[in-house]
Design a protein around this ligand. Structure first.
Ligand SMILES: [Zn+2]
Length: 256
């Protein structure tokens, strides 16, 4: 378990772990995007406080009242429109370029990893960048449809379009689930950034990697009890400070 290791020493240890125990897969949650101005969904002033899950955030809620569900999607889109990748997203893209991080599995739907330059991104909870028509199945890039409000409709059949995000009651998209399981099945180190590891089934991916023998490093200024329990190493520093520092140390050590 984790003592009160000095932050500097923890970062140094993490740098060593990433150099010595690959493949490395990053696993990210809402915390990595907090510095991009996105409130975490479960925060006191977060999305779920304003739009109760059972009324807005379930697959059933969308089927029954798609226009009302778009009040939620519209609020998310407004937040995303203001958000920019932060140094933590950029550092993960650098780690991929340096050949250290093999894939990023993210619980986030904000698209910030791709915008920061990460290439192998597995969006476990889907993405707000695309959508589909639940009536006729047609698929869309979000920007191809008019902005909210009102709720965007399918040009073919006029049904309200659904973003490709996982709502409560939805299965995980099959391709993302398979890709995430593949990536984590061979990971020797899992770099968890800004995830409480309390949302299932996403957290199960990290748990099973840990049980298989992968090392788990957690970067989070306030790691949850679940994250602390599973972690072999905790860096209790905000990711937007810790990850760029990590990149610097690895470069200083000759990794490029
Ligand atoms: Zn349609």
């Amino acid at each position: 378990m984790i003592g009160t290791m000095a932050r500097d020493a923890a970062l140094e240890k993490l740098a060593g772990l990433l150099r010595e125990r690959g493949p490395v897969v990053a696993f990210t949650g809402a915390g990595i995007s907090a510095a991009s101005g996105l409130s975490t969904f479960r925060a006191e002033d977060g999305i779920w406080a304003r739009f109760p899950i059972e009324e807005y955030g379930t697959a059933d809620a969308f089927r029954q009242h798609p226009e009302r569900a778009w009040e939620l999607f519209g609020a998310i889109e407004a937040e995303l429109a203001r958000a920019r990748p932060n140094p933590a997203h950029e550092a993960l893209a650098s780690l991929e370029e340096m050949g250290i991080v093999e894939a990023v599995v993210t619980q986030n739907i904000d698209g910030l990893h791709r915008r920061a330059g990460s290439r192998n991104v597995i969006e476990y909870h889907g993405t707000a960048a695309t959508g589909h028509c639940p009536a006729c199945g047609r698929r869309f890039r979000r920007e191809a449809l008019p902005p909210y409000p009102p709720a965007p409709r399918c040009p073919e059949c006029a049904a309200v379009v659904r973003p490709d995000v996982v709502l409560f009651g939805d299965p995980i998209p099959a391709d993302a689930a398979a890709a995430a399981e593949r990536a984590l099945a061979t990971a020797e180190t899992v770099l968890v950034v800004g995830s409480t590891l309390e949302v299932m089934p996403a957290s199960w991916l990290v748990l099973s990697a840990s049980r298989r023998g992968a090392r788990v490093a957690v970067v989070d200024p306030k790691p949850s009890a679940s994250a602390r329990r599973i972690a072999d190493l905790v860096v209790a520093t905000p990711a937007e400070r810790a990850l760029p520092e990590l990149v610097r140390r690895l470069r200083d050590a000759g990794v490029s």
